[in-house]
Design a protein around this ligand. Structure first.
Ligand SMILES: Nc1ncnc2c1ncn2[C@@H]1O[C@H](COP(=O)(O)OP(=O)(O)O)[C@@H](O)[C@H]1O
Ligand SMILES: N[C@@H](CCC(=O)OP(=O)(O)O)C(=O)O
Length: 358
């Protein structure tokens, strides 16, 4: 079956132990991505490596602050990174395109749709999008936790079937991967156990977010109906293994696919601009099997300065978050309508994402 596959490559996969770019590994992964494309899959690449490539190209005074270092190295390294991909794909007859994004591009619905339109256009024209964070401008609140988060957001955006996170270990182990007694978790079903207990905060030498973000993103993406594979990009034929189903990895079984609109909303908790508190009746209605929009009659309070189109959090009176939604009107109109019958929904069902509260 032809799939849309988002492949994320971590910095460590593309570097050797001494930090120099590993062009052979890169060439092998490009060949395998071309193989996937030529057997009919659509490929989107999310790649790290700019900082690592830049660090090797230009040593900086160790006293330079860490933000400036990241910005300088990333803006130097990105050139070599994208040029290498461009040349390697071109040798095999394929064109790549570069997209550099920040968190803001996922926060704003217009930016989001512009990016989606661009990706759709590239895929339709058989071009392989190569995406990285725009590290030159992405500082503090504009930053993704790491590229695993970015890859998860991209996979949701384009309604991907699969998300393959390539790192320098075979997947999530029940213990530190360097401990020979640690066992690899090969499958995570829909009843996801608490895996965070196994994950240590230590990262690989150039990694940013560590295994915890991979796990969080994998769970979230699987909830949205995307299968996720965390696998070792340093193993030869890793992507061929993905194609023929022989890959040694941690596999997250996908849930039922949800509406695309809702996928954007599902990933927006960090970007919400306000919050509404709902009463018990509204909570039960939202959690029932019936398709329900959020009506002002069930709202007891509206907080924050949200405008029409902004994402708002929906919480119950005990403060537990129930879900997220796109506001149909702003906070001042909402305040006027609170508790009143016969009013337009504040959140329409199509723009409502409810957490699966067990
Ligand atoms: N339970 C675990 N299973 C696997 N890896 C783990 C675990 N706990 C911590 N890690 C660490 O997570 C690292 C991968 O994350 P990271 O360094 O962010 O990689 P990448 O650069 O590919 O994004 C591994 O190299 C490993 O050291
Ligand atoms: N955007 C950065 C990558 C940051 C990042 O998430 O790195 P990694 O944890 O190796 O995937 C770069 O290109 O160096």
């Amino acid at each position: 079956m032809a799939k849309t596959v988002v492949i994320k490559i971590g910095s460590n996969v593309l570097t050797q132990d001494d930090g120099t770019p590993d062009h052979n590994r890169m060439a092998s992964l490009v060949s395998q991505m071309v193989f996937l494309k030529e057997i009919g899959h659509q490929i989107v690449l999310v790649t790290s490596g700019a900082v690592a490539f830049g660090r090797k190209a230009l040593p900086l005074n160790p006293k330079t602050d860490s933000i400036t270092k990241k910005q300088v190295w990333a803006s130097i390294g990105q050139i070599e990174l994208i040029r290498s991909y461009k040349n390697l794909f071109l040798e095999k007859g394929h064109t790549v395109a570069q997209l550099m994004v920040t968190k803001e591009d996922f926060r704003d619905r217009v930016h989001y749709l512009n990016m989606k339109n661009c990706l759709d256009g590239l895929l339709k024209n058989q071009v392989i999008p190569v995406i990285n964070e725009n590290d030159a401008v992405a500082v503090t609140e504009l930053m993704f936790t790491d590229n695993d988060e970015l890859a998860g957001l991209v996979a949701a955006m384009i309604d991907a079937n699969s998300l393959v996170l390539l790192t320098n270990v075979d997947g999530i182990y029940k213990g530190h991967p360097s401990d020979p007694s640690s066992e690899l978790i090969t499958k995570v079903g829909r009843q996801v156990p608490d895996l965070s207990q196994y994950i240590t905060t230590g990262k690989s030498s150039f990694g940013r977010g560590g295994m915890l973000t991979k796990m969080t993103m994998a769970k979230k993406s699987a909830d949205l109906g995307i299968e996720v594979l965390i696998a070792n990009g340093k193993r030869d034929d890793v992507l061929k293994g993905f194609a023929d189903g022989t890959l040694v990895c941690t596999y997250f079984e996908p849930g039922k696919t949800r509406h695309n609109q809702k996928k954007w909303i599902a990933h927006s908790e960090n970007y919400s601009k306000g919050e509404v508190v709902v009463n018990e009746g509204a909570k039960n209605a939202l959690n029932s099997q019936k398709i329900t929009s959020l009506l002002p009659i069930g709202i007891v309070a509206a907080k924050g300065d949200f405008l029409k189109g902004d994402i708002i959090r929906i919480v119950d009176e005990a403060g537990q978050i129930l879900g997220l939604g796109k506001a149909e009107y702003g906070a001042s109109s909402a305040a006027e309508k609170i508790g009143q019958p016969h009013q337009r929904p504040l959140v329409h069902y199509d723009y409502l994402y409810l957490y699966d509260l067990k």
